[in-house]
Design a protein around this ligand. Sequence first.
Ligand SMILES: [Fe+2]
Ligand SMILES: [Fe+2]
Length: 157
Amino acid sequence: MKRHPGLVPLSHDHRQMLFVAQMLKRGPTRYPDVPTTATAKAAYARRFAAAALLPHMALEETLLFPLASGLAAETDTLMKNLIEEHRQLEALLAELETTAELETTLDQLGVLLEQHVRSEERQLFQQLQGLLPDATLAALGPRWREALPPLCLPTEA
Ligand SMILES: [Fe+2]
Ligand SMILES: [Fe+2]
């Protein structure tokens, strides 16, 4: 199904998040000029969370999910799981400060972030396009961008 234009700003932010997820995970990165040591990755993750991930998740919970709440049991269950994953992502970010296994925590954060974004793109957005009126979806994009400018990834390592 083609992505509704009202969801395009969210998908743009998700693409940036997939880039970060790939970088945080273990193993070689496809991208040049990104942090490669665990300490540098953790510093990047902290800045990314504050500038982008935490505001994005908060806006999903206050603006996006309420639009679809109560319309379909399948979607309600999915959104409940997605909110639970938001809490897990926050817990992993907190764990960066205390863990003795920094590479493992970074890898878990990258894996969960990628899986979470793909669930939203492949399942939630498909369901929302079937459930929400066209006008609601069309209004969402500008409301999202008004509340949250395009994600600008912190670049310094
Ligand atoms: Fe999310
Ligand atoms: Fe998201």
